[in-house]
Every structure is written in structure tokens, then in C-alpha cells.
Design a protein around this ligand. Structure first.
Ligand code: NAD
Length: 260
């Protein structure tokens, strides 16, 4: 598969979980990858996997809520691997917490990373795509929680709904520059975030982690949770020429969760 051959794709939160799967999957379609993550040590493992597949990879220590750090990393990534053709805003945080227990700090953390982080990286990368006249693509990782949240996803689900709405406007405003923007709403994917979420929910209820996982699986029409690579497949489509007539869309990749 050479659908992303010669393209430079930035993946935020690419050190582990879905971001790592997306980075690997894009590399298998020929992309070079820049990873922006809080944890550069762990992100280096993803970069090595990308190199093993045959792509170039660079790692940047970035907190996506920090505008200066984002600007520096975008500049650095371009100087190493050339103009950015694709951006996947995947960095995100989630804590299972009821609304009555949610503090102002909890709320701000979810909106800071998930919503503001997506805005900041999109803005900086879009400016560069326009400057370099690159007909690029932006893919924002939202969540099925934007539409069908569980209890305990007040701040998280609302911040992901913000990502979906923001992406619609991004698509409209960047269209004249030949740039597309879409969001993906993953269902439950096997990652460290989901492990932690099961632990938190088990601590708050009488159910065990295994029981909660079984209940979650039951909500997915295909009767299993997904893999990071399965989100990568959708990202490759949206980042490639085959996806160039898709914009402003929000695609559920969820084993049928939203229809369950
Ligand atoms: P994860 O916690 O396993 O990985 C998140 C990555 O983002 C980590 O590498 C972390 O270091 C990085 N990160 C966190 N805050 C950051 C910041 N401020 N700046 C830079 N990097 C930061 O999570 P995951 O399950 O892989 O989720 C990835 C994305 O997919 C998130 O946006 C999440 O909300 C979304 N999502 C996940 C699921 C799921 O079931 N796993 C479902 C729907 C949506």
C-alpha cells in the first residue's frame, strides 16, 4: 500500500495506544511520521516501529496545550521531514468521574488537552499548510462519547463534542486552501486509557473490571472492542487522495456502538 508515499504526517499523542497504532498504520502506507507527545522516551518506541516499517520518524516533546511548544515542534518537524501533509490530533485525556464530583480543574484538563490542544495544533499546522501551498488533511480523534456518552463522561464527552463541532468549521474555513478536515469517533479500543477507565469505574461500583468490560463489549454490535490499527485504517483513508472528497464529516469507527 503506497497511499501515503512521500507524505509527512504529524500524530499527536503517538507514544502509545491509538496514536501509536495510527502512526504504524500510516507508515505501512508509506508515510513519514512526526510524533508530538508529552512522553518522548515512550514515543521513541513508536518511532523505532515506524523506522522498522521503512518510514522516517521524528519525536517532539510537546504538551499540546502549550502554544509555544506546539509552534516550535511544527517548525522542527518541517525542518526535519519537510512540509506537513497530514495531521492527526489524537492526544487526549479521560477520567471516569461523575459531574457532581468533577472539579473545575478536572473540567479544564479535559477541555485543555482534548479541545484546546486540537485547536492549537490545527491552527499552527494549517498556517504552515497554507504557507507551503500543501493540499493537506487534518483528522481529529473525537469519540463516540461525543454522542452517546456513559455516565462519568460529562467533561470528556462534552470536550469531544467540541472537537466534532470545531472540525466542521475547520473544514469550511480551510476548503479554499485545498485542505480537508474530518473527525473520527472511535468506539472502545484496547489501549492504556481504556484499562485505566475500567479500573476507575470498577472502583466506583460493585462490578469488577471484567464485568464492566463485558458490558462494554455488549454495547458494540460486532461484539468486541477495537484495535488501534482499526482507527489507523480510517485515518489512512482520510489522509490519502482517496479521501479527498470527504470533508467536514465525523466518522464512527466503532463496531456498531452508536447503532447498538
Ligand atoms: P492513551 O491514554 O492510551 O494515549 C494518549 C496519548 O496522548 C499518550 O501517549 C499521552 O502521553 C498523550 N498525551 C496526553 N496528554 C497530552 C498532551 N497534553 N500533550 C501531548 N500528548 C499528550 O489514550 P488512547 O486510548 O490511545 O486515546 C487516544 C485518543 O483517542 C484520545 O483522544 C481519546 O480520547 C480517543 N479515544 C479513545 C478511545 C478508546 O477506547 N481508547 C475511544 C474513543 C476515543
Amino acid at each position: 500500500d503506497s497511499r501515503l508515499a512521500g507524505r509527512h504526517v504529524v500524530v499527536t499523542g503517538g507514544a502509545r495506544g491509538i496514536g501509536r497504532g495510527i502512526a504504524r498504520r500510516c507508515a505501512r502506507s508509506g508515510a513519514d511520521i512526526s510524533i508530538f507527545d508529552l512522553r518522548p522516551d515512550v514515543a521513541e518506541e513508536t518511532a523505532d516501529e515506524v523506522r522498522d516499517i521503512g518510514g522516517a520518524a521524528t519525536v517532539w516533546k510537546v504538551d499540546v496545550t502549550d502554544a509555544d511548544a506546539v509552534a516550535d515542534a511544527v517548525e522542527g518537524a518541517e525542518s526535519e521531514l519537510g512540509p506537513i501533509d497530514g495531521l492527526v490530533n489524537n492526544a487526549g485525556v479521560q477520567q471516569a468521574i461523575s459531574i457532581l464530583e468533577t472539579t473545575e480543574e478536572d473540567w479544564d484538563r479535559h477541555f485543555g488537552v482534548n479541545a484546546k490542544g486540537t485547536f492549537l495544533v490545527s491552527k499552527h499546522v494549517a498556517e504552515r499548510m497554507i504557507e507551503t501551498e500543501t493540499a493537506g488533511s487534518i483528522v481529529n480523534v473525537a469519540s463516540v462519547g461525543a454522542e452517546r456518552p456513559f455516565k462519568g463522561q460529562g467533561a470528556y464527552g462534552a470536550s469531544k463534542a467540541a472537537v466534532v463541532t470545531f472540525t466542521t468549521v475547520l473544514a469550511k474555513e480551510l476548503a479554499e486552501h485545498g485542505i480537508t478536515a474530518n473527525s473520527i469517533k472511535p468506539g472502545t479500543i484496547d489501549t492504556p486509557m481504556v484499562q485505566q477507565w475500567l479500573e476507575e469505574r470498577a472502583a466506583q461500583s460493585d462490578a469488577t473490571e471484567e464485568e464492566l468490560l463485558a458490558e462494554t463489549i455488549d454495547e458494540h454490535v460486532l461484539d468486541r472492542i477495537g484495535t488501534p490499527e482499526e482507527i489507523g485504517h480510517a485515518a489512512v483513508l482520510l489522509l490519502s487522495e482517496e479521501g479527498e472528497w470527504i470533508t467536514g464529516e465525523s466518522i464512527a469507527v466503532d463496531g456498531g456502538y452508536l447503532r447498538g
